[in-house]
Design a protein around this ligand. Structure first.
Ligand SMILES: [Zn+2]
Length: 344
């Protein structure tokens, strides 16, 4: 073998080792084969918008601009703070009805004097949120630690953890590196976070404080106001990524529930035939707190065009993708799920 042909032989062998294994006939997907989607609707990544401190500009600018684009966010509220109380009616009657989700940022944002005071700052805020927004009495609520001076926070990390557990709250990811205006100034810097999540299939988030207000002109802005010239194009670009199926823009608890349930999901193919597929989809996460439907992708027989999904007495109709799969949402409750070809 000459030098050229030897290296050619070597290169072909390496290429085959790299790629041939994925082409073996035994690897063709089987009918019924089901996977849980990494994120809702089989999107590539999750992205969370968070707004802290119940600033008036959240009601005046942020929420209306989100609604315009069909986006949602988590608002970390302080129900005992002056700015909140001034717009209490909007928080109580309006924002959550528009799909916005409330997180716990303590009652007053003044810190905690001792354990008893912490119980009120955190517990009362959680109680108000659960009372204000209809839902299960003990559902999960997101917690965002307020930024206060060290000497204004007088409980230990272990005591905080106990309180969060007691009130069924989930700590959000840290502010570090994710603050609009503080860490990230331009639309491009903020979008880079979203694109990083899309590239890795993970989750990213942005924490916003005030948003610039142009009307009414009050002569002052809320804390760390995010300029509209940065904020509006950011929302447009996020919406575009959502529309093209790359980003799931959601609230912290939904993302947390999805990830927890998905990581503990168990898929069982009970039956897979030419006429029907029967599945049993389960998660080992506690159904009391983890009750968000997950997205599943199932391989169906080649001839199927439209599919009826029957689960718990409810029916949904889904189209078959060119790769002979169907995508549907279902609670991983372990109850039998039936896929059938739709006639006509
Ligand atoms: Zn804050």
């Amino acid at each position: 073998m000459g030098r050229m042909s030897r290296s050619f032989f070597f290169a072909t062998t390496v290429l085959c080792l790299l790629f041939c294994s994925s082409l073996l006939p035994g690897q063709t997907p089987q009918v019924g084969e089901t996977r849980v989607a990494k994120w809702k609707d089989d999107r590539k990544a999750a992205f969370l918008l968070m707004f802290d401190d119940s600033w008036p500009s959240h009601v005046q600018v942020a929420a209306p601009e989100l609604v315009k684009r069909g986006l949602v966010a988590t608002f970390y509220i302080n129900p005992g703070k002056g700015e909140y109380l001034k717009f209490a009616t909007d928080w109580q009657e309006k924002l959550w009805k528009q799909g916005m989700v409330y997180g716990n940022h303590t009652m007053t944002h003044k810190g905690v004097k001792d354990l008893e005071n912490a119980e009120w700052e955190i517990g009362e805020c959680a109680r108000i949120i659960r009372e204000m927004v209809p839902g299960k009495a003990e559902r999960l609520v997101s917690y965002g630690q307020p930024g206060v001076d060290k000497d204004a926070w007088n409980i230990t990390p272990a005591q905080l953890e106990e309180l969060l557990k007691k009130h069924h709250m989930i700590d959000r990811p840290p502010f570090t590196g994710h603050g609009a205006v503080y860490h990230l100034k331009t639309t491009e810097e903020m979008l880079a976070l979203a694109d990083k999540a899309i590239a890795s299939g993970g989750m990213e988030y942005l924490v916003v404080h005030g948003v610039e207000r142009t009307t009414p002109r009050l002569g002052y802005q809320d804390f760390w106001p995010l300029p509209q010239a940065v904020f509006f194009p950011l929302l447009d670009a996020l919406k575009e990524r959502s529309d093209r199926g790359d980003l799931w823009i959601t609230d912290h608890i939904s993302q947390h529930q999805y990830e927890t349930e998905r990581n503990a999901a168990v898929t069982k193919v009970v039956e897979a035939g030419e006429k029907a597929i029967k599945l049993q989809l389960t998660t080992t996460a506690d159904p009391k707190y983890y009750d968000l439907p997950l997205t599943w992708v199932t391989r169906v027989p080649a001839g199927w065009k439209k599919v009826k999904v029957v689960h718990e007495g409810k029916e949904q109709k889904v189209s078959v993708q060119p790769d002979h799969t169907v995508r549907f949402d279902a609670l991983p409750d372990g109850k039998l799920l039936l896929l059938q070809q739709e006639d006509g």
